[in-house]
Design a binder for this molecule. Structure first.
Ligand code: GYE
Length: 370
């Protein structure tokens, strides 16, 4: 294994609060139990919204206000329950689109199955819901059902991840800029390595998801600018802890000369840490391997604070307020933006100063809402 060179900026500040046994199965890293994917949508109600609606200048299509009386019916075809990020995102939608807030939310966990997600959207169309939110499992394959929703006159919000369908087929899209996230990770790595070689292993997210495609593209943009960086391998860990562990175990069998592991979400990073622990490979600001992660969920940032994940690029899961902002405008007969960006930032372990990221502290962690 190649030894990581530690520059002058990178003094280690491991804290006494370091978690014992990184990524072990007792960590609260798993999402709630799955809903039956093929089951009919369940109506859910919960606490009031926590987030602020998007303040977006009017730009595109206005829709007819909902015709179903006072209660606004919203269908949400959610990706699944693969990660902590997803659990926070689901809770945020359930809290925001609550009965107390005047909504009837039909929530379906599509269990990472594209066919189930398409049929779920068809079900929402048949039920004549007022609005449909889709967090697309994969970016391809949406034209037909989006056309069906449009023909039925139901506004569709593409949330979190993107589709590659023509934008005229849906009302609006919102989410994080995944390419920018990948570039942030790469830019930080270039700054941190300061000219040293990188032999990189990438644990990608789910195949065909825009979060995977964008983070990969963005990171590769920076790889292309660094002639002494090599991506040794890049495999999908499906955005799960088990997937991250499995891919890392197979990487460890095949490669002995890596000094960077890029995990496209926190749960994969937990699994990768388990695999490296089992193989006696050290990582973090005190070890041989630099771990970069994405999401910056609470537990992921705890590992960043502990110096185990060196850089963690945020993707904010609290996006329901933006969707509600769009729906309120449509209800009022106003036009909405074609696209709303949910902004995020990156975080680095204590002892590191970066132009691209916030240095972690207990205060930063305590201020996390998810
Ligand atoms: O990074 C991952 C989740 O689409 C941004 O999906 C989301 C990604 C997130 O499973 O944890």
């Amino acid at each position: 294994m190649k030894k990581k060179l530690v520059g002058a900026l990178m003094c280690v500040a491991m804290t006494a609060t370091m978690l014992a046994g990184c990524g072990n199965s007792s960590e609260p890293a798993t999402a709630p139990a799955p809903a039956e994917p093929a089951a009919p949508a369940q109506t859910q109600a919960a606490a009031p919204a926590e987030t602020t609606p998007a303040e977006a200048p009017a730009e595109t299509q206005a829709a007819e206000p909902a015709a179903s009386g006072d209660v606004v019916t919203v269908g949400f075809a959610q990706v699944g329950h693969e990660s902590d990020w997803r659990a926070a995102n689901t809770k945020n939608y359930q809290d925001t689109f609550s009965a107390a807030n005047g909504y009837e939310l039909s929530f379906v966990d599509c269990d990472n199955d594209h066919a189930v997600q398409i049929e779920t959207v068809r079900g929402f169309i048949e039920q004549e819901l007022d609005y449909i939110c889709i967090a697309p499992i994969q970016s391809a394959g949406w034209d037909t059902v989006l056309q069906e929703a449009q023909d039925a006159g139901i506004p569709v919000l593409i949330v979190d991840r993107a589709v590659d369908a023509d934008a005229s087929l849906y009302t609006t899209a919102l989410g994080c800029d995944m390419v920018a996230e990948g570039e942030a990770a790469g830019n930080w790595l270039a700054e941190y390595l300061n000219g040293e070689d990188a032999n990189i292993l990438v644990i990608e997210g789910s195949v065909g998801a825009s979060a995977t495609l964008g983070r990969t593209e963005g990171f590769n943009n920076i790889v292309a600018q660094n002639s002494n960086w090599t991506v040794l391998d890049s495999q999908s860990g499906d955005f799960t802890q088990a997937g991250g562990q499995e891919v890392m175990e197979s990487f460890i069998k095949s490669y002995s000369d890596f000094n960077v592991v890029v995990c496209q979400n926190d749960n994969e990073a937990y699994g990768a840490m388990d695999a490296m622990d089992a193989a006696g490979i050290t990582y973090g600001t005190d070890g041989d391997v630099i771990i970069i992660s994405f999401d910056a969920t609470h537990d992921g940032l705890q590992y960043t604070l502990d110096g185990k994940i060196t850089c963690n690029v945020e993707c904010n899961p609290l996006q329901a307020g933006f969707a509600e902002g769009v729906i309120k405008k449509l209800e009022a007969g106003e036009s909405v933006d074609a696209w709303t960006l949910v902004e995020d930032e990156a975080f680095v372990a204590p002892g590191i100063e970066s132009a691209y990221a916030v240095t972690m502290s207990q205060e930063v962690l305590d201020g996390r809402a998810y």
